[in-house]
Design a protein around this ligand. Structure first.
Ligand code: ADP
Ligand code: MG
Length: 617
């Protein structure tokens, strides 16, 4: 009996074979999943009957045959009758597993993996002919289903003794791009099973070549012989499904290394299970060190995603927030459908529910670590603090409520890292702002003139990371306490100017560049003759940072020049405005240049500056 595939099937198949799966090797994962499904189906049937099958009879076997260039996947599952073959293998995207699920109400049935009905055809990526020899459990007749190039298929009666299915792939001819013979190699097969199907619940066995000492081997003259024996290729019980109490630190560390999450030991791990609308288990790791490319553009985050013992994604980006891109690990949920492409996965509601809980768990773990092992947390923060900061910055502060309590900043008073809540805790009741100072290094900030003017009992956060100031702009406030730079100009409320002061201010303004937007005379500068404060959004540090970026050319901070009333410069200035204007101008120039130098800003004319100083002396 020869049959054509149902309408449009071929087109769908071509599309599937050539585009959905870019990775040929996953055909083995699909066939093993189907075999595992078939075993599940028999298992559930068995549970509801009296004469149960021996557990040992449930297995999957892989048989490579190099002479024939064939790869056979055998299972002792439920098998298919003629109708099943037509219905399930003759119709693309008609999943028999889906129908089976609907026909029964057993809760365990949600354990069955198939959802889509194109998995089987992925085998045509590597085979030009496929033979399916199968016998349904409890029936007499067996069948051989054959298809060449997925053009049409034929079903004949056959002669199979036991129930179950054998799927034989006759591999394609090797091409320049693909050596299909690789799939007959026992090491390749072993690796593929380990990679994709390690945690299938039934044993996956294969007859492999081994060597041993032969009977006539002696100590002086060792002799070896080849023999064949079955190996079980999968490990069956994954670490994340085990009980925490059965696991030691070394188990977790080994798994971290085996999974190539990192070479060293992880900083810590989170192993948990969630039962609910969507149930899942997860094992997550926080590495000790950031990978060398962590802050590079092409670094890829993501967790491994398993469903029903099958790895469906190597790196599911949707499971983890950008802030926690450094987290490695696995998530396993039987509530996730075995989708075929990552596009569909992204939209999966279940994935979003899981992601939400995972990110919450990571936040909690980090916050616990901060509380319980400060030293460890600080070493974490040194490596990954910028990841948290960047995430806040890039979301324009949208996620600040989730992340701000994980941040640490250097405190001037404590001379160590403090959290924002610790800063707040230590504030005096009269303080209205969280004060901060920005600079290239802690030393430079500590020596900055503006910091010297802040009362020693008031704490100031010293921000020495380029990103920090931009971060603060996004945070705006912490629990209603606004952040304020110590370089920000003071409110001018209650300030009164007499006529001569106004005249003086006008003179200074006229003789300074446009970025000096205001001038103030003050007695709060202690022994400093002058100081630059900033007004508005662009700070002095930002001006410095932006100066090196060609696309931001010319952006300058609006500056307020504060001039101390307690220094000689002020007296000379006052005396000479209206009489010796040249001298007055020189004084203004010096006051501005000195203030610029103290802030680490360049001055326009260093030569004139130097000469003027000597003139005065
Ligand atoms: P899915 O597994 O998503 O249902 P597949 O294309 O992988 O889609 O398989 C189609 C259907 O063929 C399965 O649902 C199942 O009914 C049947 N099938 C495939 N392989 C086997 C097998 N080894 N034993 C029994 N039935 C199978
Ligand atoms: Mg399948």
């Amino acid at each position: 009996m020869k049959k054509e595939f149902k309408a449009e099937a071929k087109k769908v198949m071509d599309l599937m074979i050539n585009s959905i799966y870019t990775n040929k090797e996953i055909f083995l994962r699909e066939l093993i999943s189907n075999a595992s499904d078939a075993l599940d189906k028999l298992y559930y049937k068995d549970l509801s009957s009296d004469n149960s099958t021996d557990k040992a009879d449930y297995y999957i076997e892989i048989i490579p045959n190099k002479e024939e260039r064939s790869l056979t996947i055998v299972d002792t599952g439920i098998g298919m009758d003629e109708t099943d073959l037509v219905e399930n293998l003759g119709t693309i995207a008609k999943s028999g597993t889906e129908a089976f699920k609907k026909s029964s109400d057993k809760a365990e049935l949600k354990d069955l993996i198939g959802q889509f009905g194109v998995g089987f055809y992925s085998a045509f990526m590597v085979a030009d002919k496929i033979e399916v020899l199968t016998k349904k459990f409890g029936q007499d007749k067996s069948y051989l289903w054959e298809s060449v190039n997925a053009d049409s298929y034929e079903i004949k009666e056959a002669d199979k003794k036991d129930h179950g299915t054998e799927i034989k792939l006759l591999l394609k001819e090797n091409t320049e791009d693909t050596n299909y013979d690789d799939f007959l190699d026992q090491y390749t097969i072993r690796n593929l099973v380990e990679k994709y199907s390690n945690y299938i619940r039934y044993p996956i066995k294969m007859l492999v070549n081994k060597t041993r000492k032969s009977a006539d081997s002696t100590e002086d003259e060792p002799k070896y012989e080849d023999y064949k024996d079955y190996d079980i290729l999968n490990s069956k019980e994954p670490i994340w499904k085990k009980n925490k109490s059965d696991l030691k630190d070394k188990d977790y560390i080994n798994f971290y290394r085996e999974s190539h999450y990192g070479f060293d030991e992880p900083l810590s791990w989170i192993h948990f299970a969630v039962e609910g609308v969507v149930s899942f288990k997860a094992l997550l790791y926080i590495p000790k060190k950031a990978p060398f490319d962590y802050y590079a553009k092409d670094y890829k985050k993501g967790l491994e995603l398993y469903s029903h013992g099958v790895k469906i994604m190597d790196r599911s980006e949707d499971l983890i927030d950008d802030a926690f891109s450094f987290v490695k690990g696995v998530v396993d949920s039987d509530d996730i459908s075995l989708n075929i492409s990552r596009e569909t996965l992204q939209q999966d509601r279940q994935v979003r529910v899981i992601a939400k809980q995972i990110n919450k768990k990571i936040r909690q773990a980090l916050s616990d670590l901060m509380k319980n092992d400060r030293e460890k947390y600080e070493s974490f923060f040194k490596e990954f603090g910028n990841s948290l900061k960047l995430a806040i910055y890039e979301s324009f502060g949208a996620n600040k409520d989730d992340l701000q309590d994980l941040l640490l900043f250097h405190s001037r008073k404590e001379d160590k890292l403090v959290s924002l809540s610790e800063y707040k805790e230590a504030m005096k009741s009269t303080d209205e702002n969280i004060l901060y100072a920005v600079g290239d290094s802690l030393d430079k900030i500590k020596n900055s003139p503006a910091l010297g003017l802040v009362d020693e009992n008031t704490d100031v956060l010293l921000l020495d990371e380029k990103l920090d100031e931009f971060l603060i702009k996004m945070l705006k406030d912490y629990k209603n306490l606004p952040f304020k730079s110590i370089n920000q100009e003071e409110d001018k409320e209650g300030e009164e100017k007499d006529e001569s002061t106004s005249k003086l201010i006008d003179f200074v303004k006229e003789n300074t560049p446009d970025d000096v937007v205001d001038v103030r005379f003050t007695d709060k500068l202690k022994d400093l003759p002058s100081l630059i404060k900033q007004r508005g959004e662009v700070s002095i540090e930002m001006e410095k940072t932006l100066k090196n970026q060609p696309q931001a050319m010319g952006i300058k901070a609006d500056k307020v020049l504060e001039i101390s009333k307690n220094t000689k410069a002020y007296t000379i200035l006052k005396e000479n405005v209206g009489s010796d204007e040249a001298k007055a101008k020189m004084i203004v120039g010096l006051l501005l240049d000195q203030a610029r130098l103290m802030e680490g800003l360049e001055i326009d004319d260093p030569v004139a500056y130097t000469k003027n100083i000597w003139k005065l002396i």
